[in-house]
Design a binder for this molecule. Structure first.
Ligand code: DP6
Length: 348
């Protein structure tokens, strides 16, 4: 990998756009260095993306100049630590300085996970640069996934379009803890254009970081059964992706979201991240589903916002429902109209 150091004789700049992703089977709990306790399955979003450009300046010492939205950002420290870790594997990173610029297409205050798209786009830029200097055989996306994981676990799933799986499972021989793999198999067409309406219940500071949340799983009384459940849910969910069973798909997604929050509520110390309006939205989704028989459901990350999952063919009715019955429960009536996307794009 290091054989090409002499080749870095001029400034090189690359830029990538990478989406955020939403997990249907949740990664919750990690061990060693950013390795998951259980396999997870997610899909990449279309509209919630980060664009990052990285310029390398030869003759440096690994110094990082990181701007977010054109300004200095608290994220810079995390990026520096990230580069420091990667440079163990990619020694060229110690011989250059970095100038990085990053921006999100979604509002930073929206309370949706930006670290997945941020580290995804950064890792793609770095893996792209690495491919110019190294003679390694590793596929660009596989390397980017493994590197993104070191920045933020869930980011490793963002470097692929559509569905992705991360973590060892008997289901896929190729799936491992080091990096995610795209789910390229025969997915049922009902999932084409799967929609995710992000209902922004609260954009306030998170009460607990994901990293702290993962740590609390170490001592959670239900840790073992939670890991077993994630494996079962992964099997079940994958089956629904093959058969097109929308109802079972939504049931598993909801069970996962509620288990994630149950884990937080049973941690020591416990955390309740759902707000009264989150619960009211869940209730209204259930009532609407019973009344109309339209297949829709929800998933939730480690926060109060509700991701309303539905299918392309019901878009009109569901968006009328969102506007009429759910927006009054969202902060400033805000929501993000998103859905499954095709994955990252190289900008330059
Ligand atoms: C609830 O990937 O944010 O969104 O690895 O510490 O950066 P770190 O955690 P992070 O955890 C995400 C947890 C989750 C579930 C998921 O995305 O699978």
């Amino acid at each position: 990998m290091m054989n090409g150091l002499r080749k870095i004789s001029k400034r090189i700049q690359v830029a990538w756009q990478c989406p955020s992703n939403i997990a249907l089977v949740k990664y919750w709990g990690k061990r060693d260095f950013q390795l998951p306790e259980n396999p997870s399955l997610s899909f990449s979003l279309k509209n919630s993306v980060t664009e990052t450009s990285v310029e390398i300046i030869p003759g440096g010492s690994g110094k990082v100049d990181f701007l977010f939205d054109g300004r200095e950002s608290v994220f810079a420290q995390r990026v520096e630590t990230f580069i420091d870790r990667l440079s163990v594997e990619a020694g060229w990173m110690r011989k250059v300085d970095f100038r990085m610029d990053s921006k999100n297409t979604f509002p930073h205050s929206a309370g949706i996970a930006s670290s997945a798209s941020a580290f995804g786009s950064l890792a793609l830029c770095l893996a792209d640069l690495d491919s110019m200097f190294s003679k390694g055989e590793t596929d660009l996306y596989a390397r980017a996934s493994s590197w993104a994981r070191m920045g933020s676990g869930s980011a490793c799933r963002s470097v692929f379009g559509g569905f992705a799986i991360w973590g060892k499972t008997n289901l896929f021989e190729l799936a491992g803890d080091e990096q995610a793999i795209p789910l390229n198999g025969p997915i049922h067409p009902v999932f084409k254009g799967l929609k995710d309406a992000v209902l922004l219940v609260s954009s306030g500071e998170k009460e607990i970081s994901s990293s702290k949340g993962h740590q609390l799983m170490e001592t959670n009384l239900f840790k073992r059964s939670r890991i077993a459940q994630a494996h079962e849910h992964l099997y079940g969910l994958y089956l629904t992706l093959l058969t097109g069973d929308k109802q079972a798909f939504l049931e598993i997604a909801e069970a996962e979201a509620l288990s994630l929050h149950a884990m937080m509520m049973t941690s020591n110390p416990p955390f309740i991240l759902l707000k009264p309006n989150s619960l009211e939205i869940i209730q209204r989704i259930k009532l609407f589903r019973e009344r109309t028989k339209i297949p829709l459901g929800f998933t939730i990350d480690a926060g109060p916002n509700i991701h309303l999952l539905y299918f392309q063919e019901n878009k009109t009715e569901v968006q009328t429902f969102i506007e009429g019955e759910l927006l009054s429960l969202c902060e400033d009536r805000r929501w993000i109209d998103d859905g499954m996307g095709d994955g990252p794009v190289k900008i330059s």
